[in-house]
Design a protein around this ligand. Structure first.
Ligand SMILES: O=C(O)c1ccccc1N[C@@H]1O[C@H](COP(=O)(O)O)[C@@H](O)[C@H]1O
Length: 206
């Protein structure tokens, strides 16, 4: 099976173009203000316009106000929302957009029960953060703790070109999601690391 790839936290047009040229499936833009990868909606809209058909734009939020989320949706027209905080299932559903719910693997006891609460989620993004904490930390969680889930699993948290093949072999996720592992600095991606990551995923799929 082909493992889908999402690159998250892009802020520069050259990084978006490089990611698209490598064939990634989704690009994540971070609209959580406390993130070091925050992008203004106007700038993100320009980045989003560089995406060709079949490459998805994902808008990431973390306990943000509804008005802000609506403003971002209006400006950026994301294909998918990603809720990374303590948003409840009704809150996540109120925007009438497909969404991923991040599962905080560092603190959630029963990840399968947690995921079942979000009946409308299109998939679950498993990250190493604790509940209430930020993601994008570049740390790995215990992959043996990944349960069977009723919808697609997006594996995140500390992935890079050196460990993603092992992660795919062990977890067999629908997709992998990376931010820190392809960076020079927060929000600034590295062309060589992006390429190495994609090549490692492709090799793992063979
Ligand atoms: O990237 C961020 O700054 C961020 C902020 C708040 C919530 C989530 C965030 N990022 C998400 O975390 C995963 C894992 O990142 P990493 O590869 O461990 O650095 C990332 O892909 C985003 O989906």
């Amino acid at each position: 099976m082909t493992t889908r790839i999402k690159f998250c936290g892009l802020t520069r047009i050259e990084d978006v173009r490089a990611a698209v040229a490598l064939g990634v499936d989704a690009i994540g833009f971070v609209f959580a203000r406390r993130s070091r990868r925050f992008v203004e909606p106007g700038h993100a809209a320009a980045l989003r316009d560089a995406l060709p058909p079949f490459v998805s734009a994902v808008a990431l939020f973390m306990d943000d106000e509804p008005d802000w989320i609506e403003q971002v949706i209006g400006a950026v027209r994301p294909d998918l929302l990603q809720f990374h905080g303590e948003e409840t299932p009704p809150f996540a559903a109120r925007f009438a957009r497909p969404y991923l719910k991040a599962v905080p693997m560092a603190s959630v006891g029963d990840a399968a029960a947690y995921a079942r609460r979000y009946a409308d989620a299109r998939g679950f993004l498993l990250d190493s953060h604790a509940s209430g904490g930020a993601g994008g930390s570049g740390t790995v969680f215990d992959w043996s703790a990944v349960p069977r889930l009723p919808r697609p699993v997006v594996l995140a948290g500390g992935l890079d070109a050196g460990n993603v093949a092992q992660a795919i072999a062990q977890v067999k996720p629908y997709a992998v999601d990376v931010s820190s592992g392809i960076e020079l600095a927060p929000g600034l991606k590295d062309a060589a690391k992006m390429r190495a990551f994609v090549e490692a995923v492709r090799a793992a799929d063979r």
